[in-house]
Design a protein around this ligand. Structure first.
Ligand code: CMC
Length: 434
């Protein structure tokens, strides 16, 4: 078969160059511009990476038009319905679903690394009690690099795998402790007899004076939330982890950078923002239509939070799964009246928006963050912990991408260029003459 190429012609000089077209196993083809600058002195310009594939990856595939999401070829619907979070972690990191023996040994490995170094506790007390838990997460996860740096060789695959296990194992403890510190209750140590999700709820809600017994419906709901948030190809935070890691930085520091990127309301912070918006609507004298009009008004920076996506131009498959989960929690009698009211408002917003020309034309649908907050509220998780929950789940995605990138001999330090628009060639003016 003839090599598939695209021709780029400079109309000014008449010079042409053939560029290879790359064929992934699924998804859009890409023009290989990696040698463009070397051969022509031209750069490509793509703010926000609207048309840029930054790497080859075997991990996650998503088709935004069809609303399809697959981890290593397995659909998110099947994983969320039949799988466990530990299986999903193994799958993302290793490429295949584990057999029974592999899964048991993986769970064992994770379970026996959930403790934090006692010295880590001191990092928490350095923060104000009212610090946002995402700020605490960035600090404490970054601080892990101080505990695992000197004797970790990132060129060694085994060391890289160990770093991944440590992160998956310790993230729930770090997350739960950021909550315990904020509300002034004692840090609760992990319990090795519990599953990953149940252990997190135990560390969040147990007290020395009172054991917390998690409802099996809530434990399963948390598993599903963890599975649906586990990876999402080259989103902002994953790309941040890859970019930070490309300089061969410590992986714990690179993950801390990913957490910082996730925090913003355009990304993972949207789950907190979406519920704040629903609460605002429930307290307001205005109806849903008023907020829909406000979201459409270009003179106002209000957006329908939990709506819209860079890649999904149809219903986010994760939002469907999580919306159904909300109903299961309500049907199971586990939600308070005020949470049911928020779900009603969310469903009305969705209905009105999906029939409104503005949202239809722009293909704006509910995303993963639209309904997840209602589940978190029903679990007793406070608003400012929502994005921490996302970070805990996404850690496996981040570290799998880092692991893949570090093992890829095509990896170079990520170093975009710019189109300079500033002043040029000026002589220094002494202070007295300015
Ligand atoms: N409400 C109202 N209008 C919107 C919304 C929204 N939620 N989202 C996009 N639009 C409009 C936007 O104003 C623009 O209109 P126009 O073409 O007239 O200028 C058009 O739709 C395209 O939007 P964009 O901002 O250019 O698209 P983007 O791909 O750069 O941004 C997004 C994607 C997710 C940041 C954006 O849809 C948004 O801000 N949504 C709300 C925040 C949110 O829910 N974020 C979570 C994303 S999914 C989970 C995750 O990544 O963590």
């Amino acid at each position: 078969m003839a090599k598939n190429t695209a021709t780029l012609t400079d109309n000014e000089t008449g010079e042409s160059i053939e560029l290879n077209i790359l064929h992934p196993t699924q998804g859009p083809k890409a023009i290989d511009v990696s040698q463009l600058y070397k051969k022509t002195g031209l750069l490509t310009y793509d703010p926000g990476f609207m048309s840029t594939a930054s790497c080859w990856s075997d991990i996650t595939y998503l088709d935004g038009d069809q609303g399809l999401l697959e981890y290593r070829g397995y659909s998110i619907d099947q994983l969320a319905e039949k799988g466990s979070f530990m299986e999903t972690c193994y799958l993302l990191l290793n490429g295949e679903l584990p057999n029974k023996e592999e899964l048991d040994s993986f769970i064992n490995l994770v379970t026996y690394h959930t403790m934090l170094h006692e010295q880590m506790k001191r990092f928490y007390s350095g923060f104000r009690r009212d610090a946002h838990p995402m700020a605490t997460m960035v600090g404490v996860v970054g601080a892990l690099s101080a505990f695992y740096h000197e004797y970790m060789d990132i060129a060694d695959e085994k060391d890289r795998y160990d770093a991944a296990i440590l992160l998956i194992a310790k993230m729930p403890t770090i997350a739960a402790w950021s909550y315990r510190y904020a509300n002034g209750t004692p840090f609760v140590y992990p319990n090795n007899n519990l599953s990953y999700a149940e252990n997190f709820l135990h560390m969040m809600f147990s007290l020395p004076s009172e054991k917390y017994i998690a409802s099996p419906i809530m434990v399963r709901a948390l598993e599903v939330i963890l599975i649906t948030h586990a990876d999402h190809e080259q989103n902002a935070s994953t790309s941040t982890v890859r970019l930070a890691g490309s300089s061969e930085a410590n992986p714990f520091a690179a993950i801390a950078a990913g957490i910082a990127s996730l925090w913003g309301p355009a990304h993972g912070g949207a789950n907190e923002a979406a519920v704040k918006m629903l609460i605002e609507i429930s307290k307001s004298k205005e109806d849903v239509d008023y907020f829909i009009e406000k979201a459409k008004d270009k003179t106002n920076n209000f957006r329908l939070m939990g709506f819209g996506h860079r890649v999904y131009k149809s219903y986010d498959p994760r939002a469907k799964i999580i919306r159904d989960l909300c109903h299961q929690i309500i049907d199971g009698g586990l939600a308070k009246e005020e949470h049911k009211e928020l779900l009603d408002i969310a469903m009305t917003l969705e209905k009105v928006a999906l029939e409104d020309e503005y949202f239809v034309k722009r293909k704006l649908y509910p995303n993963v963050d639209f309904y997840s907050g209602i589940i978190f509220l029903s679990m007793g998780i406070p608003l400012n912990m929502f994005t921490v929950m996302f970070a805990m789940a996404r850690t496996i995605g981040w570290i799998s991408h880092w692991h893949e990138m570090m093992g890829d001999n095509k990896t170079r330090i990520s170093r975009p260029r710019q189109l300079y628009t500033g002043k040029s060639h000026r002589d220094y003016v002494p202070l007295a003459k300015r």
